[in-house]
Write a protein that binds this ligand. Structure first.
Ligand SMILES: Cc1ncc(COP(=O)(O)O)c(C=O)c1O
Length: 368
């Protein structure tokens, strides 16, 4: 089976892990984190051209910490897409705030700025756009609206490390950006995450929140948690940072080749391929197509032929048993997308032969 994603682990990661074990310092509860945590943060901040990067132990922790740092609390409303991994909604809900679901656009699968405007109330405090599949959300329109209404913007860039919008790295455009280093992501440490910000004030708060609100030992100043990234994970992440550009380049080469092969073979107007544009450049975390009614049939066929094609996300969050209790109303494009999309693998281990095989299997699946 060609898996939908695969960690790119080689000798460098192995050696760095062994170095941590030999040194015997597996984590650090210091305000600034352990040695490798700091190395990783520096490399990430440099890559993203952002002032601060704060490593934490998951993308969920990154979102939770940002929401706390933004001062969002009980009864506040936070605008998020429903077409996302549930962590976006859970991070809001666990503070006692209410996630309010916004519909998406058909071309990006990201938040629709018009629906965003319709969903605002006097309780709205923040917007969390999600750059789903590595497709950047329309950040110019979202920011313009947020600035007009004095709302915070926290980007969920968990899937979009390396994607850019108008030349800016996703995760560095709003007040804070949240990244995941879960095993499937373009850069991984197994589990892990990071928050980026250009604000000294938020950076200071975030460093406290990841470490029980402490600065110098037992001097808790604000509410926090244990969100620390262990040194072994940081060692993997730091090593991965050194090859991030080549991993992204390989994804782009694979996605472009797959796009060409599929455009040559598919004439059906019901099947939509992903397309970058001048403003939005993808990291190609996933290669996501819309198949409309034939999606489940195509998925089954591809899986039976050794391709790990996967659906993200069906059901969307507002239709899960927990969140459906709170949400009223239809999200038309979200509901269409959840029944239509199918993602194919384009990670760096996918070969030219794999891409040829995938394209001809998709063609056969459609005709079957
Ligand atoms: C869009 C999105 N948000 C949040 C998360 C949460 O990240 P993590 O699994 O590292 O907690 C993920 C990743 O799984 C994600 O894809």
């Amino acid at each position: 089976m060609i898996p939908i994603n695969k960690p790119q682990i080689d000798e460098d990661e192995r050696q760095e892990i062994l170095n941590v074990l030999d040194e015997g310092i597996l984590t650090s509860a210091a305000y600034s984190g352990g040695k490798r945590v700091q190395d990783f943060e520096k490399l990430l901040a440099e890559f993203l051209h952002v002032k601060h990067a704060i490593a934490v132990n998951s993308g969920t922790a990154a979102l939770h910490a940002s929401i706390l740092a933004a001062g969002i609390r009980e009864n506040d409303e936070v605008l998020i897409p429903s077409f996302t991994f549930v962590a976006t909604a859970n991070s809001v809900a666990c503070t006692g705030a209410k996630p309010v679901f916004v519909d998406i656009e058909k071309d990006t699968y990201c938040m629709n700025p018009q629906d965003l405007q319709r969903k605002i109330t006097d309780k709205t405090r923040a917007i969390i756009p999600v750059h789903l599949y590595g497709h950047p959300a329309k950040m110019d329109e979202i920011l313009e609206f947020a600035n007009k209404k004095s709302l915070m913007v926290i980007e969920d860039a968990c899937q979009s490390l390396g994607s850019t919008y108008d030349g800016k790295q996703t995760g560095t455009i709003g007040q804070m950006g949240c990244f995941s280093m879960y095993a499937s992501k373009v850069l991984t440490s197994g589990e892990g995450g990071a928050i980026t910000t250009n604000s000294d004030e938020f950076a200071e708060k975030l460093r406290m929140i990841r470490n029980h609100g402490m600065v110098n030992g037992y001097d808790t100043r604000i509410v926090g948690f244990n969100m620390r990234l262990p040194e072994i994970s940081a060692a993997i992440a730091k090593t991965q940072m050194k090859k991030i550009q080549s991993m992204l380049d390989k994804r782009a080469t694979n996605a472009n080749k797959l796009g060409q092969l599929l455009s040559d073979k598919i004439r059906d107007k019901n099947i939509v391929l992903p397309h970058e544009n001048q403003r939005a450049k993808y990291n190609w975390y996933l290669y996501t197509m819309a198949f409309n009614e034939s999606r489940d049939k195509v998925k089954k066929f591809l899986n039976e032929h050794g391709i790990g094609a996967t659906v993200y996300y069906d059901p969307p969050v507002h239709q899960t048993p927990y969140y459906s209790k709170f949400h009223k109303g239809e999200l038309e494009i979200t509901e269409w997308a959840s029944k239509s999309v199918l993602s194919l693998p384009v990670h760096p281990s996918v070969t030219g032969n794999d891409l040829d095989m995938m394209a001809s299997t998709v063609e056969k699946a459609i005709k079957s």
